[in-house]
Design a protein around this ligand. Structure first.
Ligand SMILES: NC(=O)C1=CN([C@@H]2O[C@H](COP(=O)(O)OP(=O)(O)OC[C@H]3O[C@@H](n4cnc5c(N)ncnc54)[C@H](O)[C@@H]3O)[C@@H](O)[C@H]2O)C=CC1
Ligand SMILES: O=C(CO)COP(=O)(O)O
Length: 341
């Protein structure tokens, strides 16, 4: 590691805790901010985030606080690990307290409800001129704190920010790859949550490996089609923050989105499934936003439509699943075909 920096992580959930703990283990001066004073005091005292990441002792050097001024004063690098629903309100809160040169990096994988705004676009709007980036990849918080070998992506137009984040996070168990396509990296991280709900549901219904492989691959095709329609580069989805995170989240019950799908596949209601998990599952809101956008742009997204039918239009799951098998049998790798015909 290079020189030690003051790093601030906003958010007291599982991912904020994992990033804060990891960065502190790398020798940086790290403050994790959580809004709940009692939770901050307990986490600081007992060196464990018992609500969101129980059973993992935190690095002695990590400072946990509910004092935003203390957390942000002199911070050179700020990670924002706040769910998309509250992201903008937290950015508005930090704006007057932030040094103009502080680098601000979103780790949230969602889209703002009521608009089609990705988290780093909120950073652009609320913090004009501030160096910004997105951290995304196949990264379960729980496996980061277990020091499992992990790869992630830092996406930004700003090479100095990329270098700073690589320096802050790189470790023998953690590789940080660079990407200049911030929009594509961020879109991949948000979209894959929808497909994790679908594969979780399929697993609960007893689907086999053939089905899982088909779902994963057709999900990637659908994501690519949508990205292309938005003018984004679907090739970015071939990286860790696209296909990497799609594979991870769609094949593991460590994923909250997958678990929401699994619970629904077992016959539970959406509300029951969300309540049982007790943590954010971004895919549920992302689904509504993507369905609306796909309809508006007339993009063919049969998996999104099917899941929307089950979750929000009271369509029977078995009927929707059977309907999917009767859909259009089009090109295998259509955006490539389109580009090269
Ligand atoms: N947990 C994981 O493995 C990963 C999560 N992410 C993403 O990171 C983001 C955060 O997720 P998690 O930490 O997992 O969520 P979580 O559900 O574990 O925790 C969310 C945290 O945000 C806090 N929060 C919510 N609204 C707030 C507000 N208005 N002000 C202050 N704090 C607020 C909550 O109190 C809680 O501490 C999500 O977008 C998620 O998709 C990304 C990579 C991996
Ligand atoms: O994004 C994640 C891993 O990369 C976490 O996925 P979930 O939000 O579904 O738990």
């Amino acid at each position: 590691m290079g020189n030690s920096k003051k790093v601030t992580v906003l958010g007291g959930g599982s991912f904020g805790t994992a990033v804060a703990n990891f960065t502190a283990s790398n020798g940086h001066d790290v403050y994790q901010w959580m809004r709940n004073e009692q939770q901050a005091q307990d986490t600081q005292k007992y060196r464990e985030n018992s609500r969101y990441l129980p059973g993992y002792p935190l690095n002695d050097a990590l400072q946990i606080t509910s004092d935003l001024n203390l957390a942000l004063e002199g911070a050179e690098l700020v990670f924002v690990s706040i769910p998309s629903k509250s992201f903008r309100s937290v950015i508005k809160l930090i704006k007057p307290k932030l040094s103009p040169t502080a680098m601000v990096v979103s780790t949230a994988k969602g889209i703002e409800p009521g608009s089609f705004t990705l988290m780093s676009q909120i950073l652009e709007q609320e913090l004009p001129g501030q160096p910004i980036g997105v951290l995304s990849g196949p990264n379960f918080a729980k496996e980061i704190v277990q020091s499992q070998q992990t790869g992630t992506v830092i996406a930004s137009e700003d090479d100095q920010l990329i270098e700073t984040v690589q320096d802050a996070l790189s470790a023998p168990t953690f590789r940080v790859y660079a990407n200049h396509d911030r929009y594509g990296v961020e879109l991949g991280g948000a979209l894959k949550n929808i497909y994790a709900i679908i594969t979780g549901m399929a697993a609960a219904l007893g689907c086999g490996h053939n089905t899982q492989a088909m779902l994963l691959t057709r999900s990637l095709a659908e994501m690519g089609r949508f990205a292309q329609e938005l003018g984004a580069n679907p090739m970015t989805f071939l990286g860790l923050a696209g296909v990497g995170d799609l594979i991870l989240t769609c094949t593991s019950d460590l994923s909250r989105n997958y678990r929401v799908g699994f619970a629904i596949g077992e016959g539970k209601s959406l509300d029951q499934a969300i309540e049982e998990i007790g943590q954010v599952a971004e895919g549920v809101n992302t689904l509504k936003i993507i369905k609306q956008k796909a309809d508006e742009l007339e993009v063919y997204m049969p998996l999104v439509s099917a899941l929307h039918g089950v979750l929000f239009e009271q369509k029977p799951l078995a009927e929707v699943a059977a309907g999917l098998m009767q859909g259009e049998q089009n090109y295998d790798v259509e955006f490539t075909v389109k580009n090269h015909d």
